[in-house]
Ligand binder design. Structure first.
Ligand SMILES: NC(=O)c1ccc[n+]([C@@H]2O[C@H](COP(=O)([O-])OP(=O)(O)OC[C@H]3O[C@@H](n4cnc5c(N)ncnc54)[C@H](O)[C@@H]3O)[C@@H](O)[C@H]2O)c1
Length: 260
């Protein structure tokens, strides 16, 4: 029996990387998954992977920074599966320019997607969970950078990830009496497209060698990038009743980076 049988879950940013792994992992636990992403092709691919393994999933076009898109994604999940029990607010973007060179538009773009987008998705999920009256689990994806600054640049990303942790703790404090839990997963170095993108951008303003020396991956006790599924395993646990006494937690999945 899957841990999420009969439950409906939204996963944002499910077209690739950690989000895709979470969607597949939650579906394996019996959850019915709504994959929301701006990249339709990738989202549909994720849905096909889930369905070909016998799971239930739909893809919805959603820019999480757009209030109407988020309302539509949430409504589609509820119309299709009759309820909403889990939100994995995973979608995120980054830019790595040094702060004094960062354009206001780039600052706002990152904050709009990462922080405002997480707020919009959490608010929509909370509204539905409160109507259902059967609790729920909200999992946000922060970063080790929600707690510490590693490497230079990407100030907008780090500010947004710090904000996501505090937003998550606010939800935990405000909705525990309604049976709604909220936890923030802090990934370290995960082998996905966002990493490749950040490395590419950084190499335009510092040498790749100094970037490597200043960033956290090589400093973690487990000296390798994680497979996205290693994050998804933790997310599936937090989504389930097995994590019934966990809320407001910052949960590192970082190969021990924050421990040393
Ligand atoms: N990869 C890492 O090392 C790492 C480390 C710490 C935290 N994270 C976080 O994990 C999350 C997932 O990142 P990933 O590594 O899988 O990267 P990824 O680039 O593979 O996936 C991000 C997904 O989010 C989607 N997305 C981007 N903007 C969106 C928007 N406005 N609305 C909806 N979807 C949008 C993208 O299309 C993509 O499918 C992000 O929040 C990221 O900050 C990643």
């Amino acid at each position: 029996m899957g841990k999420l049988r009969g439950r409906s879950a939204i996963v944002t940013g499910g077209a690739s990387g950690i989000g895709r792994a979470c969607a597949i992992r939650l579906a394996r636990e019996g959850g019915s998954i709504t994959v929301g992403d701006v990249r339709d092709e990738g989202a549909v691919e994720t849905v096909e992977l889930i369905r070909s393994a016998g799971g239930e999933a739909i893809a919805v076009h959603c820019d999480i920074g757009n209030e109407d898109h988020v309302a539509d994604m949430t409504a589609k999940a509820v119309d299709t599966y009759g309820r909403l029990d889990v939100l994995v607010a995973n979608a995120g973007i980054s830019t790595r320019a040094p702060l004094h060179e960062l354009e206001l538009a780039d600052w706002e773009r990152v904050l709009r997607v990462n922080l405002t987008g997480t707020f919009l998705c959490a608010r929509a999920a909370l509204r539905r969970m409160l109507v259902q009256g059967q609790g729920g689990s909200i999992i946000t994806i922060g970063s080790v950078q929600s707690l510490v600054i590693s490497g230079s640049g990407a100030a907008s990303y780090k500010a947004s990830k710090g904000g996501i942790l505090m937003l998550t703790r606010s939800i935990a404090a405000e909705y525990a009496d309604d049976g709604i839990r909220a936890n923030c997963v802090l990934p370290g170095w995960i082998d996905t497209e966002i990493q490749a993108h950040m490395e590419e951008e950084s190499s335009t303003w510092v040498s790749q060698a100094s970037y490597q020396a200043r960033t956290y991956p090589v400093e973690a006790p487990i000296r390798r990038p994680a497979d996205p599924m290693e994050v998804a395993n933790v997310v599936a646990f937090l989504a389930s009743d097995e994590a019934s006494f966990m809320t407001g937690a910052a949960v590192p999945v970082d190969g021990g980076y924050l421990a040393i």
